[in-house]
Design a protein around this ligand. Structure first.
Ligand SMILES: [Zn+2]
Length: 119
C-alpha cells in the first residue's frame, strides 16, 4: 500500500522550510564539490609543487580526500528524507535497487509530497 497525499493534513506555508533548506545545502555542497574538483586539483597541484617539490603522495591524498568528500555529499543528498513521511524522498520504500531511485524526482516517491511544498 502506498501512502498518498490524502493521507496527510494539508501542507502549511513554511511547515517544512528547515528541511528544504537542509536539502538545498546538501545539493549546493554536492554541486560545489563536483564543479570545484578541477580548480581544486590545479591549485593544489601548483601549491604542492611549489611548497613540497611535487610530492605525488600528498597530491594523491588530497585528491582522494576530495573524492571521498564528494561521495559522502552524494550519499547525504541521495538519502534525503521526506519532511512529511520521513521515508527517502527519491527512492521507493519497498524497492530500493536501481530503477526505483530518481534524484530528479519532483515529488516524494512514498507519500507524493511535491518538492518545495511547505517551504
Ligand atoms: Zn514523503
Amino acid at each position: 500500500m502506498t501512502i498518498r497525499d490524502h493521507d496527510f493534513p494539508p501542507v502549511q506555508p513554511h511547515q517544512y522550510a528547515k528541511e528544504w533548506k537542509r536539502y538545498t545545502n546538501s545539493f549546493v555542497l554536492l554541486i560545489g564539490l563536483f564543479v570545484g574538483y578541477l580548480p581544486f586539483g590545479v591549485i593544489a597541484d601548483y601549491l604542492i609543487d611549489r611548497l613540497l617539490g611535487g610530492n605525488n603522495t600528498v597530491m594523491m591524498i588530497a585528491a582522494f580526500t576530495w573524492m571521498a568528500a564528494y561521495g559522502v555529499a552524494g550519499l547525504r543528498f541521495g538519502s534525503f528524507r521526506c519532511p512529511r513521511c520521513h521515508e527517502q524522498f527519491f527512492c521507493r520504500k519497498r524497492f530500493t535497487f536501481f530503477g526505483f531511485y530518481n534524484p530528479f524526482a519532483r515529488h516524494c516517491w512514498n507519500c507524493g509530497l511535491e518538492k518545495w511544498a511547505g517551504e
